[in-house]
Design a protein around this ligand. Structure first.
Ligand code: SAM
Ligand code: DTB
Ligand code: SF4
Length: 370
């Protein structure tokens, strides 16, 4: 075990459920060799460790549900090689102007009615222009008034823009590091890794929660996955939300013919993210349309506990909502209630298994002593 000092409590058959009070302290000093060793573990050992850590911090049968809305689509000046919204690639995408505030609020109502607790608004911008900010701020206020958590991803933010969004009540800001510092230059040339880190610092300084993760399957190697996760896990405060996207290969983008990703490598990345950032929500993000149900179930077992819900991500398809609900039902998963997120932040949530779960769990074991 690469980090015995911080090792997790053993899980016995009586306590396969939740160990609310056995929380590990959070580390911010991960070394490359430790993280590489996690990636190198036999698959079952890695998954067991990830699931054990997961149960120390979360109800393992809850998955947080977010819905995405593209508030401004296409014609982006940046050159991110994975992205269908870059103006530099011919992906056949119809560009759209900034949506009207009322239309965004209508979409948020529909998302709430279908069970989402967080509404994420994304814009294909390098960074928001100051003329756009008043509209964006109205969107935050309107969506928040519906009782939804709010998230935005608008590109780079300076300190003033971050303050303005925080003052409007924005809960989360999504800004991904995407990959390791070493591989980054192969994927994006129009902004630097430091630009991204600066935006994340501005978001944190303004008091918003950070949503930051990356993409797996862009032709990077395992060292790049190590590098990405170390950047995230060694921040002085872990991002509260860590989206792990599987590349959606879109025709016309430079990455449309990148090699297939081994699904187990994707699951390993989720599991290592869970172990490194035990108290963060790890989101099984883009790419679910390409995953079968077994792979998604394995991602939940590896510690993913958030998804994007609804038939579209920003511009590409996502599984239909009722298919997701059927999968949840078959797996005994429930959408995480908004109140659970709030309570956890206040440190008061106790994970008490429901009687049906207790009974089901106890019937799986027999007492070898009798
Ligand atoms: N324009 C803003 C920015 O890039 O900061 C916000 C929107 S951008 C689409 C948000 C994130 O979506 C990107 O950082 C990337 O991680 C993810 N993304 C974009 N295209 C993707 C694709 N084809 N497959 C997987 N993830 C993708
Ligand atoms: C994130 O990490 N993934 C989401 C969200 N944050 C904004 C976006 C995924 C986009 C997938 C490609 C598309 O639909 O355009
Ligand atoms: Fe633009 Fe964001 Fe797409 Fe990059 S990821 S091209 S910044 S929309």
């Amino acid at each position: 075990m690469p980090h015995n000092d911080h090792s997790i409590a053993a899980v016995t058959s009586e306590s396969t459920t939740y160990q609310a009070n056995a929380k590990q302290h959070l580390r911010h000093d991960w070394m490359r060799h430790e993280v590489a060793a996690l990636f190198d573990l036999p698959f079952n050992d890695l998954l067991f460790q990830a699931q054990t850590v997961h149960r120390q911090h979360f109800n393992p049968n809850h998955v947080q549900v977010s819905t995405l809305c593209s508030i401004k689509t296409g014609a982006c000046p940046e050159d991110c090689k994975y992205c269908p919204q870059s103006a530099r690639y011919d992906t056949g995408l119809e560009k759209e102007k900034l949506m009207k505030v009322n239309a965004v609020i209508e979409e948020a109502k529909a998302a709430k009615d279908s069970g989402a607790t967080r509404f994420c608004m994304g814009a294909a911008w390098r960074s928001p222009k100051n003329k756009d900010l008043p509209y964006v701020i109205e969107m935050v206020k309107g969506v928040k008034a519906l009782g939804l958590e709010t998230c935005m991803t608008l590109g780079m933010l300076d300190a003033d823009q971050s303050e303005a969004l925080a003052d409007a009540g924005l809960d989360y800001y999504n800004h991904n590091l995407d990959t390791s510092p070493e591989y980054y230059g192969d994927i994006i040339t129009t902004r630097t890794y430091d630009d991204r880190l600066n935006t994340l610092q501005n978001v944190r300084d303004a008091g918003m929660k950070v949503c930051s993760g990356g993409i797996v399957g862009m032709g990077e190697d395992v060292q790049d996955r190590v590098g990405l996760l170390i950047q995230l896990a060694n921040m002085s405060v872990h991002p509260e939300s860590v989206p792990i996207n599987m590349l959606v290969r879109v025709e016309g983008t430079p990455l449309d013919d990148v090699d297939d990703l081994d699904p187990f490598d994707f699951i390993r990345t989720i599991a290592v993210a869970r172990i490194l950032m035990p108290a963060s929500h790890v989101r099984l993000s883009a790419g679910r349309e390409e995953m079968n149900e077994q792979m998604q179930a394995m991602a939940f077992f590896a510690g993913a506990n958030s998804i994007f819900y609804g038939e579209k991500l920003l511009t590409t398809p996502n599984p239909e909502a009722n298919k997701d609900m059927q999968l949840f039902k078959r797996l005994g998963i429930e959408p995480e209630p908004y109140s659970a997120t709030q309570k956890r932040r206040e440190g008061v949530e106790i994970f008490e298994p429901k009687p049906s779960v207790k009974e089901a769990a106890s019937s799986l074991f027999y007492d070898a002593a009798v």
